[in-house]
Design a protein around this ligand. Structure first.
Ligand code: ZN
Length: 169
């Protein structure tokens, strides 16, 4: 079995589930050691071959699996030998977290640095400049635009950023 201590971590598991789906998790959990073919993986883990192939491809794209091609001397057929290695997962996740954090910080800066107006009919949210340009009428439906107190949005963003920073520390 592959060392999957990190898979017990809820965050790691959630991330893997997002990548390969709930149905792909047993494949990773019961993955045989060493280099194996997709058919061997399917047989050992009980996950149907199509799902195994799909999951392997996704893991490969995310640098969590690699393969080696071997040509059979007799038949000339190529065999793909797979090896799942979740050691990169931490790095991949850290990168994802950093991207997410970056987006949230940009969003926070925008929330703090701007005034927002919302259409009373629910068409959307507009920046002050645009609202002022249309004389505070919705550009879509003409309804009144109202100032939106975004203190709650800012608080929620700050909380989420603090949570992620704490998780990364
Ligand atoms: Zn509107």
């Amino acid at each position: 079995m592959v060392d999957l201590i990190s898979l017990k971590n809820a965050v790691t598991r959630a991330y893997l589930t997002k990548l390969i789906g709930e149905e792909g998790i047993p494949m990773v959990e019961k993955m045989p050691e060493g280099e194996v073919t997709d058919e061997e993986i399917s047989k050992t883990t009980g996950v149907v071959l199509n799902l195994v192939r799909r999951a392997l491809f996704i893991l490969y794209e995310n640098r969590l699996a690699e393969y080696r091609r071997e040509r059979n001397k007799d038949s000339g057929w190529l065999t793909y030998l797979w090896h799942v290695d979740l050691h990169n997962l931490e790095q991949v996740m850290e990168l994802e977290m950093r991207k997410l954090l970056n987006n949230l910080q940009k969003r926070l800066a925008s929330e703090k640095g701007n005034m927002f107006y919302i259409c009373t009919d629910g068409c959307g949210r507009f920046l002050f400049d645009l609202a002022a340009e249309t004389n505070f009428a919705c550009p879509f439906c003409g309804a009144q635009l109202e100032f939106e107190d975004n203190a709650n949005v800012i608080t929620a963003l700050e909380k989420r950023i603090a949570e992620i920073e704490a998780a990364c520390a």
